[in-house]
Design a protein around this ligand. Structure first.
Ligand SMILES: [Cu+2]
Length: 463
């Protein structure tokens, strides 16, 4: 185990006692309570009733965690819910024992119990944390927050905004629709909400100045909604996907697609004049809507600025050696309008009707839900080339825990580093990753109803 990723408790205790050791670790030994709890929040417009949500520290999004690259995170999860929970630190190359997956890396945290999450964030970038137990319900009720790891040096920007997109499935009474296991959602596109928010507010409006340069950290916390997004009165570049910097900023000339659990870092310049509309637009198929508005008053500078520099690379993530990768294959099947005839569920071979009777709908390589054996078992440092065949008609946001991967594009070149890849309906693709972090890592669809209904497996990286 790389000691940089996991400072042992022994070292920390010594650090507290003996001042001759580097003081940095000791100084960072700071526990904070992270408490999921029920609370009331005004999610719908003021003319509607308030909503009972579940929230870390009583707010959704939960309290932002912001730290320097290489800094330590210490959160004591104190479960004040009436149901068990756990926390997953999405996208962090974390010590496996801290990954928050019940049944794979830890036990659930019972009501009233605590669990100490203690890890180092090795890479700068935009990440998030969320419940990983009964997540279809717990994330939908509001259990998520941003985890921001800053670059060593400040960027040449005027301001940054963390924007967490979500859609809530609400009743007019302000109650969150409690049908979290609805078979239609599980077998179709997942649980899509009917009320879209950013940072739990409907169409928030932020102040801006002409020619101001903003960094927008976008996070999709929705259960299943894929957000197509566009800029209006703004122009800019994508500088990172899923926390990982691009080698060169990509000019935004087209619609940006943000699938569930994905992040995107944008650097945008305000091009609208004072009083003109500027917005991040949700290109909803029915009618485009403002996702986040910007009210332009005054001028930040007279001239527009040059193309921004790329974000500094995260040092540990070098190019992969693709000369002799270990091959692996994932066939995704099932769902409504799929062609899944039969699959294995709890050790029995069942037909699709029998599987659906268990409210399960999807299979990976002919198996519904978790398997005893991993999808792939690799040595530390081994490169894996995973072929993905989506035989279903639905898109799936496939998330690998613990390490990032690259998509192998159709022209053979490598896509950006990601931790969550949107695979379109009936689309085939390939990804490659290096087993760079020892442990048992979940690999699953982040359309959370799909995960519940069969779409999960795991990989093993040997120490
Ligand atoms: Cu899916």
């Amino acid at each position: 185990m790389n000691s940089f990723l996991r400072p042992s408790r022994r070292v920390v205790l010594m650090g507290a006692a003996a001042m001759t050791l580097p003081t940095l670790l000791a100084a960072q030994d700071q526990w904070t309570v992270l408490e999921p709890q029920k609370t009331m929040a005004q999610i719908l417009p003021a003319s509607y009733p308030a909503t009972e949500i579940w929230a870390y520290g009583g707010t959704s999004p939960g309290p932002e965690i912001r730290l320097a690259r290489g800094q330590r995170v210490q959160r004591r999860l104190r479960n004040s819910l009436e149901v068990p929970t756990s926390v997953h630190w999405h996208g962090i190359r974390i010590d496996n024992a801290m990954d928050g997956v019940p049944g794979l890396t830890q036990d659930v945290v019972a009501p009233g119990a605590t669990f100490d999450y203690d890890f180092v964030a090795p890479d700068a970038g935009t990440y998030w944390f969320h419940s990983h137990n009964q997540s279809t319900e717990q994330v939908a009720r509001g259990l998520y927050g941003a985890l921001i790891v800053e670059e060593p040096d400040p960027l040449d920007i005027d301001r940054e905004e963390v924007l967490i997109l979500d859609d809530w499935l609400m009743q007019e009474t302000g109650v969150i629709d409690p049908a979290f296991s609805a078979s239609h959602n599980r077998s179709h596109a997942g649980r899509n909400g009917n009320f879209v928010t950013t940072n739990s507010r409907y169409q928030p409006v932020l102040p801006a100045k002409k020619n101001e340069r903003l960094r927008l950290r976008l996070i999709n916390a929705a259960n299943a909604r894929i957000f197509p997004l566009a800029l209006h009165g703004l122009s800019g570049w994508v500088v990172a996907y899923d926390g990982m910097p691009l080698a060169q900023p990509e000019p935004i000339n087209d619609i940006l697609v943000l699938a569930p659990a994905q992040r995107m870092d944008l650097i945008v310049d305000v091009t609208a004049d004072e009083g003109e509309p500027a917005a991040l637009v949700w290109v909803n198929e029915d009618q485009p809507q403002i996702q986040v508005g910007f009210e332009v008053t005054g001028t930040a500078s007279l001239a527009t600025r040059a193309t921004p520099m790329a974000l500094p690379p995260n040092a540990a993530l070098s190019m992969m050696d693709m000369s002799n990768p270990t091959p692996a294959s994932l066939v995704m099947a099932g769902g409504a309008m799929g062609a899944l005839r039969q699959a294995e569920l709890n050790g029995k071979t069942l037909n699709f009707r029998q599987i659906a009777a268990e409210n399960q709908y999807w299979a990976f390589n002919g198996v519904v839900g978790m398997t005893d054996n991993p999808l792939v078992d690799v040595a530390l440092g081994e490169t894996v080339r995973l072929k993905i065949e989506n035989e279903t008609v639905f898109p799936h946001a496939m998330h690998l825990h613990g390490q990032h991967f690259r998509e192998i594009l159709k022209n053979g070149s490598m896509g950006p580093m990601r931790d969550t890849l949107l695979v379109g309906g009936r689309e085939n693709t390939e990804i490659a990753f290096v087993g760079s972090n020892p442990g048992k890592w979940l690999y699953h669809c982040h359309m959370l109803s799909h995960q519940d209904a069969g779409m999960k497996t795991w990989i093993k990286v040997r120490a």
